[in-house]
Structures are given as C-alpha cells and as structure tokens.
Design a protein around this ligand. Structure first.
Ligand SMILES: [Zn+2]
Length: 400
C-alpha cells in the first residue's frame, strides 16, 4: 500500500518536471565558427541528456576493453587455484586412507597448481613424511611454518616428523622445533603434550612433570623425577607432588618414603617421615611393596606379624591388608590366624593394569608398556580410597 503510494507520488513529480520542461519558452542558439544550431529549449535539454548517455556508454566500453587481459589472467589463476584445491583434497583423502603413493601423486599436482598455498605445502609435507622422504618433509613443513595462517600446521609437521625418528639428532631437532613452535603459538595444548612426550623420551622427568597438566601424568612423572633427583630435598618435593597429584598411587608413597630414607640430617626425623609416608600409603593405596618397605627393618617373624597388624589396622577391610596379615601370620606359624585372613587375601591385587588399553604388568612404570600412555597404570584389586593422611605438603619449587 505504502509502496504504491510512493510510486504514484514519484510518477506525479516526474510528470510535473517533464510537463515543466516541455512548456519552457524560448530557443537555444549555438553559433560556432560558421555552423549554426537552433532548437527549442525542451529539445535542447533532451539532446543534452542523450549526449550524456552516449558519453557514459563510450567510457564504460573503453574500460571493459582495457580490463580484458586482467580478467582473463584472474580467471586462469582461479581455475589453477581450484585445480590445486581439488588435488589437495584428494591428497588428504589418500593420506586418511593410508595410500601414501596416491597421496604423493595428488600432492605433486596440488603443488604444481598452487605451490605457495598452505594446504598444498601441508599435503606435500605429510605425504613425504609418511613415505619416509625426510628431506622433502622437512623442506615443505619448514616453508609452511613461516606461513601467516598455516604456521601451526608446519610446526606440528616438523615436530611429528622429527619425533617419529628414534635417533638422538632427530629427537633434539624435534625438541628445538617444539620450543620455537611454542614461542610462535603459546598456549597450544598439542604442543604442551608434545613437549611432555619429548622430555619424557629423553629422560628429563622433572621438565616433563612441570609441563604436564593431567593429574595422572603429573603423578607418574613426579615419581620418576623424585627417583632421578640427586638432591634428597628435591626428591622429597617431587615425591610430595606425586602424592598430591595421584593420592591413589602406591609408587608415589613409596617414592616419598624412599626420598626421606635417602635424606640425611636430621636422620630420626626423616625416618619418622618415611614411616608416616608408608602408613599414609597403606591407608590410601595399599600395595605389597609398601608393606615390604614398612617391615624391612624387622627380622623376627612374630614382630613382623605384629607390625603388619599395625599397618593393616589403617585399612582393615582391604584385601591387601588381609593378604599381608595372612602372609606374616603364616611366617610366624600362627596358622589359625593365617587361615582366617586367607579368605579375603584372595581378592588382593596382583598386577598393574593400563586404564587406556588394559595391558597388564607386574611392575609399575611411568608409561604403559603397550600403548605408551603416561600415568595410566593402576594397581588392580584396590578398594576406593578417601585420600591421603599426609600433613599438608610443601609446594614444589618450580625453578629448581
Ligand atoms: Zn596402555
């Protein structure tokens, strides 16, 4: 309704203007060098308008002629880009399907059409990496790492490529790339994870534990750092960090007890701390090694059975406690006692199991022997824990 009204209004105004021009009186006279032109004013205005339109059309035609070569070049570049993208997508698909040969072929096509495009560089680098062509992978990823938008893909490729080779040179190159990548892309979770893996691979557990963010990882790496630390005070700090991160991990308490036993002055105090760590460990995460460490200094079987009762009293319903009581009673020839505890003892744990791939191992390790996950090994047969009984731990000195 409003539109119809507006249209009517415009039509009326236009008609009024045309009627006004048509009814203008007088004549326009042009006299130029012997040529004379005379027309009524409305006709002159109409001719001027026509001349205007002709000039505009001519200018546009001229521009179109000038632009033609550039348009053709643009169209050619666009079609090259399209062909490059198609080849790159084909290369990605081939990589995903594991067909390295086909991936390299498509990557070459992508590079021919769009040599500087980040996607071309990525597929070329990745195809070379999977085919084992280290020099080509290195070159493509290094170029990609300098790209404004695709830089991270380049760094990731460089790190994966070097970390995948087992020699020391490649590992240190991977570490150097990961450091530079972290400068270019701070806060990347993938890079932090890669740094944890690289530090772990070269045995720098303290560095790995500092970089890790997952509690299970921190716990396992801090245990290794405690075992590795030459300074007993530092070892104690790392072991405390391990207990704090993984309060249900028996090796964390064992590491704390061992660190205190390693520490010198004041000896009696450290011995007491070691025993306290073992007691806390038995309460939170009973494991035969904790009992073994606790009873280590006691030789007489009856005395061992008595000390075992103290320890078992901290976690009376756990099968590990029953097993400990049965074993020490049997050694002390307390056969009735041994038999009484044997029933619950059969449910005691026997191995560590990976929470990621279910691989089993009798000995604790910081990483799974099958899938390599850090901190995934859990002692089986444990009952749920309520937490550690340790006094409030000191913070770990991150600069140490
Ligand atoms: Zn595993």
């Amino acid at each position: 309704m409003l539109r119809a009204f507006r249209f009517g209004l415009i039509a009326i105004v236009l008609l009024a203007i045309i009627w006004g021009i048509a009814s203008l009186p007088g004549t326009v006279r042009v006299d130029t060098g012997g040529y004379q032109f005379a027309a009524a004013v409305p006709v002159a205005i109409l001719l001027l308008l026509l001349l205007d339109i002709v000039i505009i059309v001519l200018i546009n035609l001229f521009r179109a002629v000038l632009r033609t070569p550039r348009n053709l070049a643009d169209r050619r570049a666009a079609s090259r880009r399209d062909a490059g993208e198609t080849a790159a997508v084909r290369a990605l698909s081939a990589l995903a399907s594991g067909d390295t040969q086909a991936a390299r072929g498509h990557a070459k096509t992508a590079q021919r059409h769009a040599p500087d495009s980040p996607i071309s560089l990525y597929v070329a680098g990745e195809a070379a990496r999977q085919a084992g062509d280290h020099a080509a992978a290195d070159q493509h990823f290094a170029t990609l790492a300098q790209h404004k938008h695709g830089g991270f893909l380049g760094w990731r490729g460089l790190v994966q490529h070097h970390a995948g080779q087992n020699d020391a040179d490649s590992q240190s190159l991977a570490a150097a790339h990961v450091r530079r990548a972290a400068q270019a892309h701070p806060g990347s979770p993938w890079l932090r994870e890669a740094r944890v893996r690289l530090a772990t691979a070269r045995g720098d557990y303290a560095e790995a534990a500092r970089l890790a963010t997952d509690k299970a990882e921190i716990g396992a790496l801090a245990i290794m750092a405690a075992r590795q630390a030459s300074d007993p005070t530092l070892a104690i700090d790392w072991a405390r960090e391990a207990v704090r991160a993984t309060p249900a991990s028996p090796p964390a308490y064992l590491a704390l007890a061992a660190a205190h036993q390693r520490a010198g002055f004041p000896r009696a105090w450290h011995q007491a701390r070691a025993r306290a760590a073992l007691r806390a460990g038995w309460h939170a995460a009973p494991h035969p090694d904790i009992a073994a460490a606790f009873l280590n200094d006691i030789a007489a079987p009856l005395e061992r059975a008595r000390a075992a009762q103290t320890l078992a009293g901290l976690n009376p319903n756990d099968p590990e406690s029953e097993k400990l009581l049965a074993e020490t009673a049997r050694a002390a020839r307390l056969d009735g006692e041994a038999q009484r505890h044997q029933v619950g003892a059969d449910r005691a744990g026997t191995r560590f199991v990976c929470s990621n791939c279910q691989a089993e191992t009798p000995e604790w390790r910081h990483d799974c022997p099958r899938c390599g996950t850090i901190g995934s090994l859990v002692w089986t047969g444990r009952t749920p824990v309520t937490g550690p009984m340790l006094p409030s731990p000191r913070p770990v000195d991150a600069s140490a």
